[in-house]
Design a protein around this ligand. Sequence first.
Ligand code: HAM
Length: 419
Amino acid sequence: MAQQTFSTHVGMVDILPGEVKKWQALERIIHEEAKKFNFEEIRTPIMEQTELIARGVGQLTDIVSKEMFAFERGDDQYVLRPECTAPVARAFVEHHLEQRGGTQNLYYIGPMFRAEKPQKGRQRQFHQFGAEIIGADDPAADVDIIALMMSIYDRVGISNTSLKINSVGDPESRKAYTEALKDYFRPHLEDMSDISNERFEKNSLRILDSKEEEDQPFIDDAPVITDFLTKETEAHYARVKELLKELEIPFEEDPYLVRGLDYYTRTAFELISPDLGAQDALGGGGRYDLLIEEIGGQHTPAVGFAAGMERLFIACEELGIDLVEEEMLDVYIVTLGEEARNWGLKHLPKLRKAGLSASMDYIGRSIKAQMKDADRENARHVIIVGGNELAEGKFTLRNMKASKEDSYTFEEILNKLTN
Ligand code: HAM
């Protein structure tokens, strides 16, 4: 009988050794840019209480109503986190981070989980990098968040993007707008999709997010939220646009931009790439001034973004961008015979202690196979150790690129390679 084999869950992928390098390169860029912007990293668990995500992201969103990986343990109900804003907000409240003073500028990198139908750029376990400024009401915070997001794409070399922005209003503007939308859609409901009919009852704003063809003509002529903004919200939005212009960050206003999460108030934005196909959002975010109150904290305005790392790599591939710099091994010790091998095992740690990357053969391969291995590992130098070398106390140091070699004591070799 054939042995049973195992595979990953659909929509979840292994990141294999060769691929990990580009992840590490991107993570380096994210850490460096976040440091420049004075953000601190936060790491939260990958599971959260279901109620936090339901209240934070919104009971009626697709994420909560259809896409949660949920499970129970004892009487408690948990989900694998579908995003990281509600978890970061929970950590802020739970640990009283406001007591550290000032605004909390936090960023994160990690896996998120949504049970969506997998396709290109859409996985069930995917990775986001994101950042949140908690405790700032000022439009400057909205723009700093957008600038941090853009600076990461700049560093990567992805520049043919379009930044869409909108204001989704405060509760007062939204109430007036929702009523106007309902009045507008009501006479057309019979000709619209079932999904939009359902959304009409529960959350009419989300009709604007419909991808159903029969809904499009009605959405095209729908009233726009920007006509319903209160004076304060309008002034906030105007200042965000002004600051973006001052920083020379190009943007397009999209009055129908509504995001798939319910916590947004005022500024909302999305970064779109023409290189992604159907799933064209590289990243997105906005303000969520009421979320922290909603989950039990004090009123605390906040703004943030998150971006998909797999989608960033798809764009890189389309644009021919390679994030991985060629990696080299500093030294490979090639040994002939038992005594030489022992010498190698003793000296390998000395090379590593001196800051060099170093390796040798552990499985008794021939000299020829060891040289081949050194080549495969992209070794800059090889130290060749045999009986003669041990007797003389001088070892062959071969520069692999230049194909040149000479004899030196170990101390001389160490000196040469570290200076
Ligand atoms: P989101 O728009 O749901 O926002 O996700 C942000 C990004 O994550 C998307 O633009 C996309 O690049 C990536 N993404 C989402 N779902 C998938 C998936 N199934 N497969 C691959 N990539 C995906 C948020 O998550 C908010 N927490 C953003 C935020 C932070 N708002 C305020 N602060």
